[in-house]
Ligand binder design. Structure first.
Ligand code: MLT
Length: 239
């Protein structure tokens, strides 16, 4: 029986046991999907940073810098937070520093809290990530980035999808109500996640900013098998 705890918001992270556990950070729309894409597309590493100033310092050390605030590209940065900007050789053999409204803060929080490994979660590589976690065998904390400490639907749904795969359909032995909750949510939405998410606040926000294509891409399942996790302070390919 796999031990798994879902943390629905970063504001609840302090309540979870993180040490000696693998933490999967999820910001499906779009930060962790973009990080996985960047590594899959040939970036050497992605450094998740909290502030704009930290990213600017890294630019002086040769990093490409990318980021958004409230969905808008940061002025003066090389890239925003669209996974498509990481494609077509844009990051081949380069290092990327990324700062986003929610996702990158969760990655640094999980690192600081002493996780054994911090993994970037995405639908794009969900099966490969699940296999990696099963092989490693440590208990898993699934940390949903949400929106400014509030719970959101898309990260909760991914948590449900991952929990279902990790538990091999054996949820009854679970001692974690948030995991039961996301499993039930996933059951309700699984047949058409894209349609289910139309009502979600970030889906609406990104629609208004014309990021429809990004969302369709981020909700695609298993289009690559690259697993992305932390080594020291960077995220890179770990399988
Ligand atoms: C975040 O970190 O809040 C997101 O990735 C926002 C976005 O969609 O760019």
């Amino acid at each position: 029986m796999f031990e798994i705890e879902v943390v629905l918001s970063p504001a609840l992270l302090h309540l979870a046991e993180v040490k000696n556990r693998n933490v999967v950070v999820i910001d499906i729309l779009r930060a962790t999907s973009t990080i996985c894409t960047a590594i899959h597309e040939g970036a050497i590493a992605v450094r998740a940073v909290e502030s704009i100033d930290e990213a600017i310092i890294l630019k002086n050390h040769g990093y490409v810098i990318a980021g958004e605030r409230n969905g808008h590209k940061i002025e003066g940065f090389d890239m925003g937070n669209s996974p498509f900007e990481c494609m077509k050789g844009a990051l081949t053999n380069k290092k990327l520093a990324l700062t986003t409204t929610n996702g990158t803060k969760c990655i640094t929080a999980a690192m600081t809290a002493g996780a054994s490994n911090v993994i970037a979660g995405s639908f794009l590589n969900i099966d490969a990530t699940c296999e990696w976690l099963k092989t490693d065998g440590r208990p898993v904390v699934v940390l949903c980035a949400g929106w400014k400490d509030k719970v959101n639907l898309e990260d909760s749904l991914y948590a449900g999808a991952l929990a279902k795969k990790l538990l091999n359909n054996e949820p009854n032995a679970l001692d974690c109500d948030s995991t039961h909750m996301v499993l039930d949510l996933y059951e309700k939405a699984a047949s058409n996640i894209g349609e289910y998410l139309v009502k979600s606040s970030h889906y609406q926000r990104l629609s208004h900013l014309h990021h429809q294509e990004d969302m369709e891409y981020c909700l695609s399942e298993n289009i690559f098998t690259t697993v992305v996790g932390q080594k020291n302070v960077e995220m890179l390919k770990i399988n």
